[in-house]
Design a protein around this ligand. Structure first.
Ligand code: NAD
Length: 154
């Protein structure tokens, strides 16, 4: 069994978590509830969020308050904060977790582009080698004459 540290200062403290329905936010909600904090969270996921509330309650921890809210709707967010404060009391902890993380999509895009970039780089290398080969007789001639080895320069 995993044992966690206990933080008495979190007990009964009101926390507000954005994007608390799944992923890292859900883990934050779970851990705050395990510390017996009074947690409200907002999320757009209406399937995962109520399921999380049930899971936490089944463990015997104080059930968090889920408020369905899209953060991009500022009026709805203000209403959610007011509801959390009204039901749980003044908010003392804010975990601003939700974000539209496109980092991994970008990585995947770059990975898809990589073969094309490698192909372009290889073609450029072959082109440079071919040019060098074409210039070899001229370079030798210039070396013999003792002038700059770089074609086009004297
Ligand atoms: N997972 C990673 O590797 C990683 C790395 C660095 C930073 N982060 C950051 O950590 C945070 C959480 O990451 P995660 O991987 O758990 O993300 P996630 O996408 O799995 O979860 C985000 C949660 O926020 C909710 N959400 C998304 N848009 C919302 C909106 N407009 N309104 C309300 N709720 C919304 C989602 O429904 C989800 O429950 C994000 O801010 C992310 O950018 C994550």
């Amino acid at each position: 069994m995993i044992r966690y540290a206990s933080y008495p200062s979190l007990e009964a403290r009101v926390a507000f978590v954005t994007g608390g329905g799944s992923g890292i936010g859900a883990s934050i909600v779970e851990h705050l509830c395990a510390q017996r904090a009074r947690v409200a969270f907002v999320d757009i996921d209406r399937a995962a969020s109520p399921a999380l509330v049930e899971t936490i309650a089944a463990r015997g921890h104080p059930a968090p308050l889920f408020i369905s809210c899209d953060l991009r709707d500022v009026a709805a967010l203000r209403a959610a904060v007011a509801e959390a404060r009204g039901q749980l009391g003044p908010i003392r902890v804010l975990v601003n977790n939700a974000a539209n993380d496109e980092h991994h999509a970008l990585e995947a895009e770059l990975a898809l582009e990589a073969p094309a970039r490698r192909h372009r780089a290889r073609r450029a290398l072959l082109r440079r080698r071919r040019q060098r080969r074409l210039h070899q007789p001229e370079l030798r001639r210039r070396r013999r004459l003792g002038v700059s080895a770089q074609p086009g320069r004297s």
